[in-house]
Design a protein around this ligand. Structure first.
Ligand code: SF4
Length: 370
């Protein structure tokens, strides 16, 4: 599939019933999970999209693109509950066709209105009763075992809201990884957290058995970060660079990833150059784009919040799907830059619009954004 088509679908969404979807959670969300031309895709579900699915193929208006599409089926493990009575679906979710994903701690110290990342809805699913605030290692191990046995899950992603301690959530991730691997030996697990204060935590995560790590900066532009991720922007990009370097040393090249969101007002060429720099240092840049109709999450509790399309992520938040890449990463990393250029072209073509909230610091009169 041409990367331009993939980017276009990721931005404009698709009209389709998707049994597996994510309506909220950490980082950008609100998507349905499809197998698009043989690859996992987390795509906005939008009744106004020009894309639809008919007869198992993707249509653009009245044109059959010829690309096969299959919505990911509802997994069987969703029908189970833990020994202590919590539905498995509240512990971890299926992303793509084979990735089990969980937010171990569903709260974030940066979720006050003034601090939160403007696209993030990490606590919304908690308020909606769709998840629990903290998943225990035992619960995660139980669900992972069932998901592998019943639904053929092949990898797991564990993210977390940022915690108060200097480990930034790494401690609970390490405990969780150990428990899961005791139940499912050999399952590739990717972890995700902010740069810990003490970078030795990265070694602890590797020692616990994590196969890969995501340390997500979201934007390399400090001004963009101050507007869109005001809490996280307190940690400068330079500190992320130290953490990436240490993570590459510990986990290996291309087993470290970071998100770069496109369309937040950054310079397109600087974004692409920054992605190339990351690739050179062994960090896999996962690109995302903020679609035209995303509402501002600051006031969107209970509604669609923080929608973002993951253009080209193999599972979801490639945050979903990153654990088992290994040798594929170099090829994908090149695709990452091409994908970013595609997103930027779409942006220049007017398909990525600006923040609709007039009071937002990212409002249309100040800067080009979603
Ligand atoms: S740091 Fe930002 S993206 Fe991460 S959970 Fe907190 S508010 Fe969400």
């Amino acid at each position: 599939m041409h990367v331009g088509t993939r980017v276009d679908v990721a931005i404009r969404g698709v009209r389709v019933e998707a049994p597996v979807r994510r309506a909220g959670g950490a980082g950008p969300s609100d998507d349905g999970h499809l197998i698009l031309d043989g690859m996992g895709a987390a795509v906005p579900l939008d009744p106004r999209s020009p894309y639809s699915v008919r007869d198992g193929r993707l249509w653009l208006g009245e044109t059959d693109t010829g690309l096969p599409v299959t919505p990911v089926r509802r997994p069987r493990f969703y029908d189970l509950t833990t020994a202590d009575g919590v539905p498995y679906e509240k512990i971890a979710k299926l992303h793509g066709a084979g990735v089990l994903a969980t937010t171990v701690v569903q709260t974030c110290v940066r979720y006050a209105e003034s601090d939160r990342c403007r696209f993030c809805a990490v606590e919304e699913s908690l308020y909606a009763g769709a998840t629990v605030a903290a998943k225990t290692p035992a619960q995660l191990a139980e669900v992972a075992e069932a998901a592998v046995r019943l639904d053929g899950v092949t990898q797991m992603v564990m993210t977390t809201g940022t915690t108060n301690g200097p480990d930034r959530g790494a401690r609970v991730l390490a405990r969780s990884v150990r428990a899961v691997l005791a139940a499912v030996p050999g399952l590739p697990v990717q972890v995700q957290c902010e740069p810990p204060e003490d970078l030795a935590w990265l070694g602890e995560l590797r020692a616990a058995g994590a196969a890969a790590i995501g340390i997500h900066v979201e934007s390399l532009d400090e001004e963009v970060r101050r507007r869109w991720t005001p809490g996280k922007a307190a940690v400068p990009v330079a500190r992320y660079e130290e953490a990436w370097a240490e993570a590459v040393r510990v986990f290996g090249r291309n087993r470290v990833s970071t998100y770069l969101l496109a369309g937040l007002g950054e310079d397109p060429d600087e974004l692409v150059d920054g992605a190339a720099r990351l690739i050179r240092m062994g960090v896999y840049p996962v690109r995302g784009a903020v679609p035209a109709d995303a509402r501002h999450p600051g006031r969107a509790r209970g509604r669609r919040a923080g929608a973002a399309a993951r253009a080209g992520a193999p599972g979801h938040r490639a945050r979903r799907g990153a654990a088992a890449r290994g040798g594929h990463d170099r090829r994908r990393a090149g695709g990452g830059v091409r994908g970013l250029r595609g997103v930027q072209r779409a942006r220049r073509g007017g398909r990525v619009s600006r923040c609709p909230r007039s009071t937002c610091r990212s409002s249309p009169d100040r800067r080009p954004a979603r």
